[in-house]
Design a protein around this ligand. Structure first.
Ligand SMILES: [Zn+2]
Length: 249
């Protein structure tokens, strides 16, 4: 994790992208080399990943309807962006791509990455893919917007991202406009709960907003993502004492 942070810091000149590197801690891995697809593989993930009681993802069921802090969208086209294959996922780091506001707290957009299959489930139902839009507040809190994808019509944004993603670990500047807002449904409801990063260090500092209305990706797009990362999803965790709220989105 330290090595990765240092290398990302050293290789990224822009302050905002260095911040994105910090968020990539969510995608850091043990030094053993082989990427664990999830924490069921030999229990390599210790610490809060193993002992935490507010871990993510969860099955989204039994949600309580509430008007609690709907998310305010402030995304826009990024000033610059980088598409990367970090060995765990396809990810787009974007600088100056706007923010979201939840409960009066502003969270700046850092990056979006993908899990195949989905990490969250709805009433026990899994989806072929899930996008995570990662945001961070000035005091270091994380807000992630999860967008589920079912199989259907192709998503044009995904085409550009998948086509640009390096085959092996590496990164390239995005040569297409990146706007996080294009990866979320226009208007929908969402599930809100308090949880964690889904990769080490599994910090329980994440306000999750998972959109209840899935987008679609084509069979070809899903196959391309599966070819790169057949299974990079963590399994669902117990809710314990938490509540899931359903809010406007
Ligand atoms: Zn994720």
């Amino acid at each position: 994790m330290t090595t990765m942070t240092v290398s990302i810091r050293a290789s990224l000149a822009m302050g905002a992208l260095a911040l994105a590197g910090l968020a990539c801690l969510a995608l850091a891995q043990p030094a053993s080399g082989e990427t664990p697809a999830n924490d069921e593989h030999g229990g390599e993930w210790g610490g809060v990943c193993a002992s935490g009681t507010q871990q993510s993802p969860v099955d989204l069921s039994g949600a309580i309807s509430a008007s609690a802090s709907p998310l305010k969208r402030g995304w826009h086209q990024a000033a610059s962006a980088v598409v990367l294959n970090n060995g765990h996922t396809v990810q787009v780091d974007a600088a100056n791509a706007g923010d979201v506001v939840i409960g009066g707290v502003t969270y700046k957009f850092l990056q979006v990455h993908f899990h195949h299959p989905s990490e969250h489930t709805i009433d026990g139902k899994s989806f072929p893919m899930e996008a995570h839009l990662v945001h961070q507040s000035a005091d270091g809190r994380i807000a992630v917007v999860g967008v589920l994808f079912g199989e259907g019509a192709a998503n044009p944004e995904l085409n550009r991202i998948i086509a640009a993603a390096p085959e092996r670990e590496g990164k390239v500047p995005a040569t297409f406009p990146v706007d996080p807002g294009r990866l979320v449904p226009a208007h929908a409801a969402a599930f809100r709960y308090m949880g964690s990063l889904t990769t080490p260090p599994c910090s329980e500092t994440v306000t999750w907003t998972v959109v209840s209305q899935p987008l679609t990706a084509s069979r070809e797009q899903l196959a391309k993502m599966a070819a790169k990362f057949p299974d990079n999803a963590r399994h669902v965790h117990p809710l314990n004492r938490r509540y899931i709220l359903k809010t406007a989105f």
